[in-house]
Design a protein around this ligand. Structure first.
Ligand code: PLP
Length: 445
């Protein structure tokens, strides 16, 4: 039965989807053959419903971003109030408005102490591209225009604009793009030696910035080794290389701290953000720059910094962002993410004991993953990855998560909304347990 939708309306939507809607990051062939797997219609708290009335626990916050959960009327109200008052107003040149001013001040308050100035974009890819252009502008002003190379890491994901595609390490996102563009370089994920070697080969005087996610998300919730970022910070300082933290996923509480990089005791020169700033209720992204960069820009910049998106500082987006950050603060969601993250990890550890195919489990705040092996004692993987099939089976059982299979990996990744409670975490573990049991029985184990 289809709630509020007739079977024929459902079929009509499926056909229109196939004919007119080219989906982002999707298999075009599969869509043509099967149509959309699910058409979602509503959400409340950590649950979403599809057109047929079936309910799903969203263990991935859609795209790591619906952090305060679904159905928040306060956010809709904030958007409506702002739209009625001043729906849009450009921030180009010297024009400004209250929501952008207040949100930049609020973000500066939450960010590490020395980062206090905000540039707005419409999302994560634009934020990273802005960072790459800004660091080049910065070094140009500082009289070192040859400092323009950007270093990133092999398993990273930084988005899909041409700059952010070039920085993205996951090869799948670059195959048809003729990237990386000149002056983009990638080093092995956590290899300090590789970083030092590259800096030496290319010459520190040609390198503008190093970018990394504090915890790699799309690559599969990958935590850095102890001291990795301390060493990165030291190397960047020594060679006059700016350190950009891509906090598009980790920003605004996801990891149990305001920003993911805070776990590692270092401060970047630039933080890029998006997703969690509005909990996805409306598109918004941006970057926060250090006082050092800002003061150099103030002193050295003459004329115009020719870079701005039409929607840089969109008033409605900023008003929603302000309300969203207020909710996160009032409901203590950063602390909740920390505590529920520990609960989720305990659940994963229990699954690891119970299930032969569950190898390493890991997590920080509400980002977590479980690695799947044919034989976990030898880390032997299945001939073909089982994560996609398991993710589909979890979906059948009412749990949304992500199967990750990049570059030989086979894992399930989770990132539930920051409002999740203990019972809901238990529910996630219960569903995974059931699906894994079925799978193992199928293997005859
Ligand atoms: N950077 C990181 C770390 C991301 O995870 C993402 C998106 O998932 C992006 C950048 C790109 O953001 P957007 O999709 O908003 O352009």
């Amino acid at each position: 039965s289809i709630t509020g939708y007739s079977e024929s309306r459902y079929q009509e939507l499926v056909e229109l989807d196939k004919k007119h809607f080219l989906h982002p990051t999707s298999s075009i062939k599969q869509q043509q053959e099967k149509g959309p797997a699910l058409i979602f219609t509503e959400g409340k708290g950590i649950y979403v419903k599809d057109i047929k009335g079936k309910s799903y626990l969203d263990g991935f916050s859609s795209l790591w971003n619906v952090n305060v959960g679904y159905g928040r009327t306060e956010l809709g109200q904030a958007a409506m109030d702002q739209m009625e008052k001043l729906a849009f107003s450009s921030c180009f040149s010297t024009f400004s408005h209250e929501p952008a001013i207040l949100l930049s001040a609020k973000i500066a308050e939450l960010a590490p102490e020395s980062l206090n100035t905000v540039f707005f974009t419409s999302g994560g890819s634009e934020s990273n591209d802005t960072a790459f252009k800004l660091v080049r502008y910065y070094w140009m002003l500082k009289g070192q225009p040859e400092k323009k190379k950007i270093i990133s890491r092999r398993r990273s994901y930084h988005g899909v604009a041409m700059g952010s595609t070039s920085a993205t390490g996951l090869a799948a996102f670059r195959t048809f793009t003729n990237s990386p563009l000149p002056d983009f370089f990638q080093v092995d994920n956590f290899s300090i030696e590789a970083l030092l070697e590259l800096i030496e080969t290319e010459g520190p005087d040609t390198i503008a910035a190093f970018i990394s996610e504090p915890i790699q998300g799309t690559g599969g919730v990958i935590l850095p080794p102890d001291n990795y970022f301390t060493q990165v910070r030291e190397i960047c300082d020594k060679h006059n290389i700016l350190f950009i933290a891509d906090e598009v996923i980790t920003g605004f509480g996801r990891t149990g701290k305001n920003f993911g990089i805070e776990h590692f005791g270092v401060t970047p020169d630039i933080i890029c953000f998006a997703k969690g700033v509005t909990s996805a209720y409306i598109p918004l992204g941006g970057l926060i720059i250090s006082e050092q960069i800002h003061s150099d820009l103030k002193e050295l910049s003459n004329g115009i910094f020719f870079h701005g998106y039409t929607y840089s500082g969109h008033p409605t987006s900023c008003a929603v962002g302000l309300k969203n950050l207020e909710i996160i603060e009032q409901e203590n969601l950063v602390e909740n993410a920390r505590m529920m993250g520990e609960e989720l990890l305990r659940g994963f550890q229990w699954l690891q004991k119970e299930h032969a195919i569950v190898g390493e489990v890991r997590g920080i705040g509400l980002m977590g993953a479980i690695e799947l092996y044919k034989d976990k004692t030898t880390n032997e993987r299945f001939e073909s990855p089982i994560a996609p099939g398991l993710a589909a089976e979890l979906l059948n059982n009412g749990l949304i998560c992500r199967g990750v299979t990049y570059e030989g990996s086979d894992m399930l990744a989770f990132a539930p909304p920051l409002v999740i409670n203990q019972e809901e975490i238990a529910k996630i573990i219960e569903i995974i347990d059931k699906v894994l049991l079925n799978f193992e029985q199928g293997l005859g184990r």
